[in-house]
Design a protein around this ligand. Sequence first.
Ligand code: DGL
Length: 261
Amino acid sequence: MDDQPVGIFDSGVGGLSVLQHIHQLLPNENLLYVADSGHAPYGCRDEAYIEQRSRIITEYLLAQGAKVIVIACNTATASIIETFRQQYGIPFIGVEPGIKPAIAFTKNNKIGVMATSGTISSERYKDLSLRYTKSISLYNQSCPGLADQVEAGLLDTPETFLLLEKYLSRLLSRQVDTIVLGCTHYSFLSVPIKAIICDSIELVDTSRAIAEQLLRVLAQEFMAKKSGAGNVQYLTTGSIEKTQVTMSRLLKRNVVVKRLV
Ligand code: DGL
């Protein structure tokens, strides 16, 4: 199991927010990250398309010997994780909006969730939110265009700020005191988001918790026992040049990206 990589994928670069924590927590593991940038965003696609793309990437990762797959995308997790857990013989770890941790923070029981329309309209998310709506008021905000800004590396442009103001003002008008980042791309926007919302509002990001969950799963039998540092490979189905620039910017170091057709 030592050299078998942990496969990680997202519609694009958003899942790097999860990869960063995984790399920090599990430095010995080989990581293989696929950004499906050639087909992003997933948030406005139908489930059949997301399943088809996720299957192609999953089967690529399995062919590379992945021992565990992290679906670092809320939208894809919502569509396919249960099916894939049944169909493929390895563990899958997914990401979903952190409503449960948000409940631990909220004082007025008003929680806002920023996510893609695909996540918000999925059966999995509806089931998750129904579990809690007796005790809290949940305000879902889909954020078209926001993942594209991150995908293009435009974290602090006026356009990104305007989009954030538009979506956040709807949540703020509901007096939410806690906001869940329900899309892995949005983690990279926490600085401009914090500049718009007031300090007393809690921002919930589950990317660290996903890495901890991976650690628990690996600890059962899959953890690399070698002492040397693991290697991290980045692949994209989109433009190598653009993805390389965006990934290096998000990770704050130069990375080499290869092409996955
Ligand atoms: N990063 C993805 C998520 O967590 C979605 C972005 C997109 O492709 O729309 O939901």
